[in-house]
Design a protein around this ligand. Structure first.
Ligand code: BES
Ligand code: ZN
Length: 849
């Protein structure tokens, strides 16, 4: 007897190799399959329990090495997503081959083996079938041991219509037409890997000419009509593959690497070994017509999935509680690769937004520890969030900066080497890090990983300014917490003569005190800005911060603004101080630092009276206006991409929250010229300009944007215009948008995201919510419940209390188990923002003038 829960498979029978043959029937939305599984029976058994979901098993047989053969009887345990195969005799320990002939469903919900139909450029339907297995939908594709620990080799064959192409994890070994005119594509066997990494893709695809990285052919795969959008991805795929081969110093674990764009895709991308799948908009772009952010998103995504080939595919978590490390690490590595390959993008500074989002959620009482025990795999669905990706990546970065990049890298290499083709727990990584660094990594990291939240580091001068004392208490917007962390703190001390000294401390539950030199000008805690914490300075230190600004990096300036605003939301810092800090923005030329204040300005805008809105707009124009005058609407000659991004942010800011009539008029004029083809907008201005036009748009603009989304030649343009329809202000136009978003013409991957943009528009919130209630059941049928998160999240910022209360009441009566925590978080934020409104609104006018 073991105490293994029913939903976990027994270890008495272990698979080593699957030979899988699948024939999809694209017209009837089903597929036929047969699988031979080589297994080792470790203890005598009379039944074998494996995973299968919505599969019908037609024939089951098992063959022993001596050739004896037994027919299995099948019974289904749908609740546990298992089938029980019962044998007429006891199977003695030894090697067997299990054979199953079965059929399954080609669904439409972007999981398992699914089918999608999209129009091509001529409007003719294109049918594509693809798989998404993570976490536990491989069991919808073949019966087997669908837990990450049961690694096995996969030899896959696809049988498809003659005019289709087929892709899977391994290299194509043969591709032949059979007598019935079907195409039979046989793929090479993989290394031992987990079932969640299996991939099948079928459709009218085209591939780029393979580019060799050593002996690995790299290709981008796109449907017909998109081949001209593959150059960027191909370069990124080749560059990141080389980068990681160098970083890990371990060969790529597959025999080829395809990156495939799928027109309906649940996640952003998926790291199937050798056969990575993406949303089209994250892979296919035109380098001359895409913005720096669109390019960096594509590159980061490609980098992220490529990093998983080692961290995730070659070395895999034992169980789903470990998924956070997989994702946190890939996110961390995606930044490394992007930063190394495109230093001009300054990816770590861009990541400030990600860190800040995680700091926000993690300041809630409804936060969670990064890692927690997971029973059923569904319990780990809640791990695919900001706390895993952004907090996880942040604390890895914090650790890496503390230990040193080379020590960190060597530890990771040791970990990957030691556990190649096997499974791990987070503690295996801490072991490797401790061995190489000789630092107590486990206890440091466990303080960040196993408890929710993070510290507010208090910095105080004592003894007449001779000493700096650092201490910690948990940061929370409301209520209080008692968490304690091991906080790597780097303190920067500016001396009057211009020199800057840095000191490092490990701050625990006892305050740390440091003696300051005599001629101190300023002190900055969290030097470098890579700490996952906030800082609160005493009054004296706070008043000296402006003097530090010229010596600070953009990440530090970002974090400083973010900390002050968090203090305002927590009711600890007067809004007056935040507004005072914003004055420095008139000299600020970093796009991300500007981005740090946008959420604050939007929130103020949402609570303000009309007069107060005008005061705020005036403030925005005063700070950003001169900057746009310096930048110009158009770059002169070539310029730094960050400067282009800055122009985009400033145009958007002035044209929306700043209500700058001149910028609005210019944006409108330039957009019409752009559409007429006489004067194309620079790519970084496209989205900002389209948003400005939509906010001030009329019926003609709405129609034009709708047409543009239909005839778009890039996925980015299609989405830009489709989602911009949610940014109009006129109720009649917003109603049209709503009808469109509710219609079945929306792709399943986009519908709930679009509704979220609309719900977040204060001119449409009430109407959108009414529709969501009215269409609730229909929405639940069409969209995976998990994706409801996309349209429920704006609830955090909706400042029309009547609408917000109605939504909260509805969600109480219509709980969605899959996203219980994000809903609680949104409701908690709603309360925080409401309290902010009541606190601040009465004297907002004085503050802003
Ligand atoms: N493994 C994930 C995809 C995934 C997420 C599968 C959730 C199942 C459930 C993949 O590596 C990933 O993290 N994708 C990201 C994109 C990435 C660039 C952050 C995604 O889908 O958002
Ligand atoms: Zn990932």
């Amino acid at each position: 007897m073991t105490d293994r829960p029913l939903y976990r498979l027994s270890h008495t029978v272990w698979p080593s190799r699957y030979r899988l043959e699948i024939e999809p029937n694209l017209n009837e939305s089903k597929f036929d399959g047969q699988v031979f599984i080589e297994v080792q029976v470790r203890e005598a058994v009379s039944e074998i329990v494996i995973n299968a979901l919505e599969l019908t098993l037609h024939e089951v047989r098992i063959t022993a090495q001596d050739g004896s053969e037994f027919i299995g009887e099948v019974s289904y345990n749908a609740r546990e997503e298992q089938v029980i195969l019962t044998w007429p005799t006891v199977l003695a320990p030894g090697l067997f081959t299990l054979w199953i002939r079965y059929e399954g469903i080609l669904g439409s919900t972007m999981s398992g083996f699914y089918r999608t139909q999209v129009p091509d450029r001529q409007g003719n339907p294109v049918v594509i079938a693809a798989t998404q297995c993570e976490q536990t939908d491989a069991r919808r594709i073949f019966p087997g041991w669908d837990e990450p620990e049961f690694k096995a080799r996969f030899a896959i064959t696809l049988i498809v219509p003659a005019d289709q192409r087929a892709f899977s994890n391994g290299k194509e070994l043969s591709n032949t037409l059979d007598q019935q005119g079907r195409r039979r594509v046989e793929f090479a066997e993989t290394i031992p890997m987990s079932t969640y990494l299996v991939a099948l893709v079928v459709g009218p695809y085209e591939t780029t000419v393979p580019e060799m990285v050593g002996d690995i052919p790299v290709r981008i795969v796109a449907r017909q009509g998109f081949a001209h959008l593959t150059d960027f991805a191909k370069q990124a795929a080749v560059d990141t593959l080389k980068y990681f081969q160098d970083y890990f110093g371990i060969p790529y674990p597959g025999d080829k690497l395809d990156h495939i764009a799928i027109p309906e895709f649940a996640a952003g991308a998926m790291e199937n070994l050798g056969c990575v799948t993406y949303r089209e908009e994250l892979l296919l772009l035109d380098p001359n017509q895409s913005s720096p952010i669109e390019q960096s998103n594509a590159m980061s995504t490609i980098g992220h999935e490529t990093a998983h080939m080692w961290f995730g595919d070659l070395v895999t978590m034992r169980w789903w509680n470990g998924i956070w490390l997989n994702e946190a690490f890939a996110t961390f590595m995606e930044l490394h690769a992007t930063d190394a390959l495109h230093p001009e993008w300054d990816s770590w500074t861009l990541f400030s937004h990600g860190r800040s989002l995680a700091l926000a959620v993690d300041g809630l009482k409804n936060s969670r520890p990064i890692e927690y025990p997971v029973g059923r795999p569904v319990e780990s669905w809640a791990m695919f969030d900001l706390l895993t990706y952004q907090k996880g990546a942040s604390i890895l970065r914090m650790l890496e900066q503390y230990l040193g990049e080379e020590v960190f890298r060597q530890s990771v290499v040791q970990y990957i080497r030691r556990h190649s083709m096997k499974n791990t727990e987070a503690s295996d990584l801490w072991d490797a890090l401790e061995e190489v660094s000789h630092e107590p990594v486990r206890s440091i990291m466990e303080s960040w990983v196993l408890q929710a939240g993070y510290p507010l580091v208090l910095a105080q001068l004592t003894d007449d300014g001779q000493n700096l004392v650092l201490s910690q208490k948990q940061f929370r917007y409301e209520s209080s917490g008692t968490g304690q962390w091991q906080v790597p703190v780097t303190v920067g001390v500016g001396i009057s003569d211009g020199r800057v000294m840095t000191e490092r401390h490990m701050l625990g539950s006892h305050p740390v005190s440091m003696v300051l030199p005599e001629d101190v000008a300023w002190v900055v805690v969290n030097r470098g800005g890579w700490g996952f914490y906030r800082v609160a300075y005493d009054e004296e230190l706070s008043s000296r911060l402006p003097a530090a600004l010229p010596s600070l990096t953009a990440i530090e300036r970002y974090q400083m603004l973010d900390d002050v605003w968090a203090g305002v939301l927590a009711g600890e810092v007067p809004i007056r101080l935040a507004v005072q800090r914003w004055q420095a923005l008139s000299d600020e030329e970093d796009p991300d630092v500007w981005g740090a204040v946008t959420p604050a300005l939007s929130l103020i805008n949402a609570i303000a009276t009309d007069d107060q809105k005008e005061l705020m707009a005036h403030l925005v124009r005063r700070l950003a206006g001169p900057l746009l005058a310096r930048l110009g609407f158009q770059a002169i000659g070539t310029e730094d991409v960050r400067r282009s991004r800055l122009r985009g942010s400033i145009v958007r800011l002035l044209g929306t929250l700043g209500q700058d009539q001149e910028v609005i008029a210019t944006a409108r004029r330039r957009w019409h010229q752009h559409l007429s083809g006489q004067d194309r907008l620079a790519p970084e201005l496209l989205t900002p300009v389209v948003h400005v036009v939509a906010e001030s748009g009329d019926e003609k603009d709405w129609e034009l944007m709708r047409q543009e989304s239909k005839k778009a030649t890039t996925p980015q343009d299609e989405q830009r215009y489709l989602f911009a329809l949610a940014r109009f202000k006129r109720p009649d136009l917003l109603k049209r948008t709503l009808d469109l978003y509710l219609s079945d013409s929306m792709r399943v991957q986009d519908g709930t995201i679009a509704l979220g943009v609309l719900f977040g528009n204060r001119h449409a919130a009430g109407m959108t919510w009414d529709a969501i209630e009215a269409h609730w059941d229909r929405l639940l049928k069409r969209y995976p419940a998990r994706t409801f998160e996309y349209f429920l999240m704006p609830l955090a910022q909706i400042m029309d209390e009547e609408v917000a209360d109605r939504a909260i009441a509805w969600l109480k009566d219509h709980p969605i188990e899959e996203i219980e925590r994000p809903i609680k978080q949104a409701i908690e934020f709603q309360g925080i923002h409401r309290a902010f409104k009541h606190r601040v609104k009465p004297h907002l006018s004085e503050t802003l003038s």
